[in-house]
Write a protein of this length. Structure first.
Length: 122
């Protein structure tokens, strides 16, 4: 049985959770907030990031590596197109979202929050 660690406000966490649900993979969830990462969390996720999963073979982190593991290890609905170009386009979109949308948007949230804090302090 897979245990998914993290928290549901994370897009990366939800990405993995959706794959597990779409493929009907049995799993449980365990709440982990990276701010509270301890030695046990770092042993499973060396950068202390979520999501990570525990499997009977060991722990695995990085959402895209987890997605590829789930797709390869479990039958059922295929999440990756069989046709090579279509599969590459899917990976292109994932990379675009992960690197050029999610990380940039996150930076904007951080700046917005910092700005809100400055206004409150005035
Ligand atoms: N490349 C990682 C990114 C995961 C990530 O950034 N997770 C955030 C929560 S959404 C986190 O754990 N942040 C805490 C930190 O960076 O210390 C993945 O795809 O799993």
């Amino acid at each position: 049985m897979i245990t998914l660690h993290g928290f549901p406000i994370s897009n990366y966490y939800n990405k993995v959770k959706l794959a597990l649900l779409e493929k009907s993979v049995p799993f449980t969830e365990e709440f982990v907030h990276p701010k509270n990462a301890d030695a046990a969390v770092f042993a499973m996720s060396p950068l202390g990031k979520i999501p990570f999963i525990r499997t009977p073979q060991g722990a695995l982190c990085e959402s895209q590596a987890i997605m590829e593991y789930i797709e390869a290890a479990y039958p059922g609905a295929a999440l990756v197109p069989a046709e090579p170009f279509a599969a590459a386009k899917m990976r292109e979109l994932i990379t675009f979202i992960d690197l050029h949308l999610e990380l940039v948007a996150r930076e904007l949230y951080t700046r917005k929050r910092a700005g809100a804090g400055q206004k409150a302090a005035r």
